[in-house]
Write a protein that binds this ligand. Structure first.
Ligand code: RP5
Length: 158
């Protein structure tokens, strides 16, 4: 039987993949089951809808979306589900990500996209973990341990 997917990632292009790999590393480190698909709000709109609907029907809990330039992917996903959507604005456009940042976060009231920093894939994954940890005490413990370790590493850095 296939493991239940908790996090569905969608990226706008294969060319975005390298920039979101750090999110996958974090999810793997915390043993979270995820799936990642390439689909574009502009180039493959019905495929985007299909991915969202399948993920929702299969009990996914959080979406992470990443796209560069006009990042309408994140808003499109947020428009179709009431599950949390974490948007990663990706650099690469004419303004090194400012274009994507604004199009990811400037959403109309009622349709939020939790937007992380430009190329902030790791924080997208950490935010997803924090959401999942609301119903998962073990994960909550692991996140607290991670924070402690991070603090110690910084204190002992030099
Ligand atoms: C966006 O346009 C994609 O998310 C990507 O960041 C950018 C360029 O896409 P490609 O032309 O490389 O497919 O929609």
């Amino acid at each position: 039987m296939k493991a239940k997917i908790d996090v569905q990632l969608i990226i706008g292009s294969k060319s975005d993949e390298a920039k979101v790999l750090p999110a996958l590393d974090v999810l793997k480190e915390f043993n979270i089951h995820y799936d990642m698909k390439v689909a574009s709000a502009h180039r493959t709109p019905s495929y985007v809808e299909e991915i969202i609907d399948n993920a929702v029907n299969n009990g996914v809990k959080v979406f992470i979306t990443g796209a560069g330039m006009a990042n309408h992917l994140s808003g499109t996903v947020a428009a179709r589900t009431t599950l949390p959507v974490i948007g990663i604005p990706l650099s690469g456009g004419f303004s090194h990500g400012l274009d994507s940042l604004l199009s990811t976060l400037q959403m109309p009231p009622g349709i939020p996209v939790a937007t992380v920093a430009v190329d902030g894939a790791q924080n997208a994954a950490f935010l997803a973990l924090e959401i999942l940890s609301l119903e998962n005490k073990d994960l909550q413990k692991k996140l607290i341990e991670y924070r402690h370790k991070q603090t110690e590493n910084i204190k002992n850095a030099v």
